[in-house]
Design a protein around this ligand. Structure first.
Ligand code: 3H9
Length: 690
């Protein structure tokens, strides 16, 4: 019938198969023949039932995201679902892989849904700054209840087939050939006879809605939304499903969808969706990859242990190496306890915990790393120590093994040059806690072989990391830009802003926390040590560290923390310290507003990003956005610093950077040439921000 859709018959059951690789998105070239097929099959008296299935690896994964922002070509998804609901004979969605977004909404237009046991179903639109716009907010609650629908739609997380079955979303779960099962199911249903009630006319799930409990839950979710509009719109739409007649709720959903799809937040989140996928594309990725099966991790401290867990969670066997039994046993003990916490929280079963732990082998002998395909060191951040480790690896590692350093700052070219195999050396910069944080900066050194790089990019995906390939420079992409952001925080304190005011300006912007709260959480001693090594100072932070105030771990940092609490409490002593240090320098405190705080911290961040791009340390502006959203908490609704700069307008950035440069003479405000060109051409030139 079309290259993207086939209709076949099994007796009196018609099977409509969508075939639009890679994920069967509902592009216009699918919708058009689908609509036509449904009308024909509806009116064909020889057809007793209709099964909608998909070819390839998944059921429909949603609307075609690339079509958003362009004029809608009819028939749209809503028209297709409305047509489905005019069909009197039974319609059955046969779901394998994932039924997501518009895909699940298509399935909700059917009378019945059957699923492969491994299938997952969800409405993830919120992650794109949207709400389900094909009737999902109005139909899903009718099957699973408003409370469960709220959770699914606001979290955007899919549920498994069995859970969907238990919730009433799926009518049967099968193992084996799904189409055959779906056809048998359809035939049986048709034989029993109708009438078959479309989901729009069912309200089994809505009958017992406790609206007060729903509103309390929705209010709680709104608090967590941190300025994002989509979660709030999702909750409103589900509420409408309970309180309004079907058609009115559907119209209200449409109005909310139209508003969101045109919003900067949704544009930003869609940008990130594609940016993350783009970041994993590297030249030569199709090279024959080195096989990575066994992993070695050197150092069982917080970082090494986290890295080891990240690999074990991804199914890899890990040899964890330490200098002696004592730190090794301590590290393994911590890993055991971390998994025990997951069991307590219900995210891991006892059995799975045992299996994970069995994937670890502890060792104090470098010779035990001889069978590893990838070895990562997470030892003390010191060039001499790193070189010693790589010297030992050079002796024991098998030929072709990839040797990686987890350094945050050191020159990987220098480390590579100290070995006899620089082509096998690269950086894997994990973020702490490494088993939780999604970002992985993969650092390509001058001599890193393309196939080594390709192998680790592939491996990163397997362990669920969002990988970005970057070049060698001090701090790579993330920490180098962080330094540019941090440079002004101290100056703002001395000029009159309090830590609380600065942190507030950040949370108002959408960050989960501001720089001082973050510093207290991460430990102020880390930056202190790093500054001392580089001969740098930060008068307030250094003084706090000299007083033993390292942040949360010592109960005191920029803020006070009551025993066991993570809530920062303003400390008058810190404010007095800031005033004293300002007075010593003859600085008269003044009132500083949120706007100035953002300008002086985030504009230099973007400026440094432009330099990084110009130097080729990052390949695309969108790669920088991926780093900042996944590694540093840059608000997703702003799309990352480079996308946000586009929204702010580069002319505005330049004007303010010039202003601050004239006023302070500081390098961080000196406008990067690429930023000026961006203002002229409207694009970042090197790569593109969509
Ligand atoms: C929606 O449905 C709105 C409706 O409510 C209302 C309508 C009125 N469109 O992720 P992968 C591409 S909103 C276009 O690497 P995986 C992707 O860019 C949508 N393209 O594969 C990539 O391209 P490339 C709600 C899409 O196996 C390729 O497919 N649905 C779409 O790791 C492979 O993707 C969602 O938000 C799309 N919808 O994961 C689901 N989806 O090869 C979004 C993917 O050129 N999709 N592509 O880089 C996903 O979550 C994952 O892709 C999925 C597969 C889990 C399906």
């Amino acid at each position: 019938m079309s290259d993207f859709l086939k209709v076949s018959r099994d007796g009196d059951v018609a099977i409509v198969t969508i075939d639009n690789p890679p994920v069967n998105a509902l592009s216009f070239h699918v919708r058009e023949p689908l609509m036509q097929a449904l009308v024909e099959l509806r009116d064909d008296p020889s057809v007793a039932a209709i099964v909608i299935a998909c070819a390839g690896r998944t059921f429909v994964a949603g609307a075609d995201i690339t079509e958003f922002g362009k004029p809608v070509q009819q028939p749209d998804l809503r028209a297709i679902v409305a047509t489905l609901e005019t069909i009197a004979k039974p319609t059955i969605a046969a779901i394998h892989g994932t039924a997501l977004g518009g895909g699940l909404e298509l399935a909700l237009g059917c009378h019945f849904r059957v699923a492969d046991a491994g299938a997952r179903l969800g409405l993830p639109e919120v992650k794109l700054g949207l709400l389900p716009g094909g009737g999902g907010t109005v139909r899903l609650p009718r099957l699973v209840g408003a409370g469960k629908a709220l959770k699914m739609i606001v979290s955007g997380s899919p549920i498994g087939a069995e859970e969907a079955h238990a919730a009433g979303l799926v009518d049967a779960v099968f193992e084996g050939d799904l189409t055959t099962h779906a056809v048998n199911f359809a035939r049986e249903i048709a034989r029993k006879g109708g009438p078959f009630t479309p989901v729009r006319d069912r309200n089994d799930g809505l009958k017992e809605t406790d609206l007060a409990a729903f509103d309390a839950e929705a209010a709680d979710l709104a608090k967590k939304a941190r300025g994002l509009e989509a979660p709030i719109a999702c909750a409103q739409a589900v509420r409408n499903a309970v309180t309004l007649p079907f058609d009115e709720a559907l119209a209200a959903e449409r109005a909310l969808f139209v508003k969101l799809v045109a919003s900067d937040q949704s544009r930003a989140q869609r940008h990130l969706f594609f940016a993350e996928r783009e970041a994993a594309k590297i030249p030569g990725k199709d090279l024959i990859k080195r096989r990575i099966a066994r992993i070695g991790v050197i150092g069982a401290g917080t970082m090494g242990g986290g890295i080891a867990m990240a690999f074990a969670n991804g199914g890899y066997s890990v040899t964890l190496l330490e200098t002696s039994q004592e730190p090794l046993q301590r590290g393994l003990g911590t890993i055991d306890r971390n998994y025990a916490v997951s069991v307590t929280r219900g995210s891991l079963t006892e059995d799975a915990k045992r299996q994970r732990l069995a994937q670890f082998t502890g060792s104090t002998d470098y010779a035990d790393l001889a069978d590893c395909d990838l070895i990562i060191e997470a030892v003390f951040e010191d060039m001499a120590v790193k070189k010693e480790v790589f010297g030992k690896l050079d002796v024991v590692a098998k030929p072709g093994a990839i040797l990686a350093t987890n350094t945050s700052y050191l020159d990987i070219n220098e480390i590579a040059a100290s070995t006899s195999r620089p082509q096998d050396v690269l950086g894997l910069h994990f973020f702490s806690p490494a088993n939780v944080m999604k970002l992985l900066e993969i650092v390509r050194a001058e001599k890193t072989a393309p196939d080594a790089l390709a192998a680790v990019v592939d491996m990163a995906r397997r362990i669920g990391k969002v990988a970005v390939v970057v070049g060698v420079c001090h701090g790579f992409v993330g920490n180098r830009m962080l330094a540019a952001r941090g440079a002004e925080s101290e100056a703002l304190l001395l000029e009159g802003a309090t830590p609380r005011q600065i942190d507030h300006a950040f949370t108002d912007f959408g960050w989960p926390m501001g720089p001082f709260q973050m510093g207290d959480l991460a430990g102020l001693d880390i930056g202190w040590r790093n500054r001392k090594a580089r001969g740098q100072t930060a008068v307030i932070a250094d003084t706090l560290c000299e007083q033993g105030r390292f942040g949360q771990k010592t109960g005191r940092g920029f803020y006070l923390y009551e025993a066991g609490s993570r809530t920062p409490v303003t400390d008058p002593q810190v404010e007095a310290l800031i005033r004293d240090k300002a007075a010593e320098r003859g600085i008269e405190p003044r009132a500083i507003g949120g706007e100035e705080i953002i300008e002086r911290t985030l504009y230099p961040l973007v400026n440094e990003g432009a330099r990084i791009l110009e130097e080729g340390i990052a390949t695309r502006a969108s790669d920088i956005d991926v780093v900042w959203v996944n590694g540093y908490g840059f608000p997703v609704g702003k799309g990352g610093p480079m996308f946000w700069a586009g929204l702010e307008g580069p002319a505005q950035l330049i004007e303010r950077l010039d202003h601050w440069h004239q006023r302070t003479g500081k390098d961080v405000f000196k406008v990067a040439p690429l930023l000026r060109r961006m203002a002229e051409t409207g694009s970042w030139e090197v790569g593109a921000v969509s």
